[in-house]
Design a protein around this ligand. Structure first.
Ligand code: GLV
Length: 312
């Protein structure tokens, strides 16, 4: 056993690099950590973490000499950072390298839903076009008004793209930020009232749970489209499903869900959604950059250097 343990479903090239560069042992579940011999667990000083299975104080206590949890991903809501801090464990994540990909997917979801690209594609692939004629008209997306819920790094990257679509940009955030003239709202209801498209780019975790509530969806209204590329927990999913079923809003483009990958079966019956399997950062290039940053943080920790992207 070495002092680096990796947990998660890593791509082959990341597994190879974890083993070759860091001599890491790789497991896939918290339960497998618990099942390791105590002497092996005692040797672990750095954990390469990937996934969404919660990792709390009890899990950390299985690794009594742990000093670092290096998360593969920008969102570290699965890791109890307070519990880590209380044990003197540092946490790192992989910010910035995925901003472009996640923003690309957010824009793609907005356009795909607004322009009804899934039913339009079905129109062609089912052979209807030649017999039934043209597909119904969709709606114009460029020039609309977009509300970014959470103007962090990813939210800002999305907003930058939407300005190229001549959109009027509104946002809500913990505090007003320096922007090129975008309109700040102190709460999501006011934001939703002002826009047609609501794009959720919040961090996950208890502070942002159900921030897009029934009231927010009602404020967004019947032309509204919700795009969520953050975490399923940020949206009240029952309220969203009700709103999609009864026309309170027009549609949604979703990359994330509560309880994913076992998603609420009500989603599968909807025709006004575009659904993705949590793949915002899932390109070869970006996943390679995320893996490299995760490993670079571990190398820095093992060498006693400053961590590259610390969280706590
Ligand atoms: C993906 O969901 C991430 O947090 O990087």
């Amino acid at each position: 056993m070495t002092n680096v343990l990796a947990i998660g479903h890593y791509a082959d090239h990341d597994q190879d690099a974890l083993r070759a560069d860091l001599l890491a042992r790789i497991v896939t579940t918290n339960a497998e950590i618990a099942a390791l011999p105590e002497t092996d667990r005692q040797q672990v000083t750095a954990l390469a973490f990937m996934g969404h299975e919660p990792f709390g104080g009890t899990d950390m206590d299985l690794l009594p000499n742990l000093g670092l949890i290096a998360n593969f991903g920008v969102g570290y809501d699965a890791i109890d950072v307070d519990a880590a801090g209380a044990r003197g464990v540092k946490v790192t994540n992989t910010p910035d390298v995925l901003n472009d990909d996640v923003a690309d997917l957010a824009v793609a979801l907005l356009i795909a839903q607004g322009r009804e690209m899934i039913p339009a594609s079905n129109w062609v692939t089912s052979g209807n076009w030649g017999t039934k004629g043209n597909f119904r008209l969709a709606r114009k997306i460029s020039g609309g008004s977009a509300g970014i819920v959470g103007l962090g790094r990813i939210g800002r990257t999305i907003a930058d793209r939407l300005t190229a679509f001549k959109m009027d940009i509104h946002y809500t955030s913990r505090r007003e930020k320096e922007t090129p003239g975008w309109t700040y709202h102190s709460n999501p209801v006011s934001l939703a009232k002002a826009v047609d498209y609501l794009i959720v780019a919040l961090v996950g975790g208890p502070d942002t749970e159900n921030q897009v509530s029934k009231t927010v969806l009602e404020a967004l209204g019947p032309r509204g489209i919700v795009v969520n590329i953050s975490r399923g927990s940020t949206v009240d999913e029952d309220a969203l499903l009700d709103a999609l079923e009864n026309g309170t809003i027009a549609g949604a483009g979703l990359d994330v869900f509560q309880g994913e990958p076992q998603i609420d079966p009500r989603f599968l019956k909807l025709e006004n959604v575009v659904l993705q399997p949590h793949q915002g950062s899932a390109t070869v290039e970006t996943r390679a950059a995320m893996g490299q940053l995760q490993r670079d943080n571990i190398h820095a920790f093992l060498a006693g250097r400053d961590l590259l992207t610390p969280v706590n």
